[in-house]
Design a protein around this ligand. Sequence first.
Ligand SMILES: [Zn+2]
Length: 220
Amino acid sequence: MPSPNQDDRPPDGPIDMLVLHYTGMRSGAEAIARLRDPAARVSSHYVVEEDGAIFRLVPEARRAWHAGISHWRGREALNGRSIGIEIVNPGHDWGYRPFPALQMAAVCDLCLEILGRHPIPPINVVAHSDVAPDRKADPGELFDWEALAANGVGLWPAAADAPPAGAAMALLGAIGYRTDLPEAVLLAAFQRHWRPERVDGVADAGTMARLAGLAARLAA
Ligand SMILES: [Zn+2]
């Protein structure tokens, strides 16, 4: 299902990020139509339907336009160095619902294949909400990042004691978030990915323990 919304990647850069999204539209067909509409100027490399069907829209060697203004671990404009996967789900605006097991299995397999083709470190397997925390909430707190990590896709925090709440910003920066945004915005983004039980932007003990646990994984 080729999309015209693509161009050359910058020369000589590695492909070292994997960014996961939800489509946030009423149906997969509607989302795919938009991702192939020249007027929309958005795309992704892949779309994964709720039944597990996978569509390729843009070859991995080309730049798909999925992340927009984005930042992670000191890098900007992440479309140039990333693979983007759109996962069909109505999203927070149209009736957010759990991602079916068949769909998650297909996402996991696709991610493992991509990780086999490119030098993408585990901390660079991220949500759109991680790289654009002030604009985006996808794929959101119902997406099972813990199961993906258990299957070798991305990182999950180690068990850790909770440091004081005053340590939150330094830990968020060490993990990869830009630190020129309000702390509550960054904490909510972190929670959507790594502490989905409660997404409220508050540095409570559970959130601080997960922050420290993820930083420990990075240091290991
Ligand atoms: Zn997105």
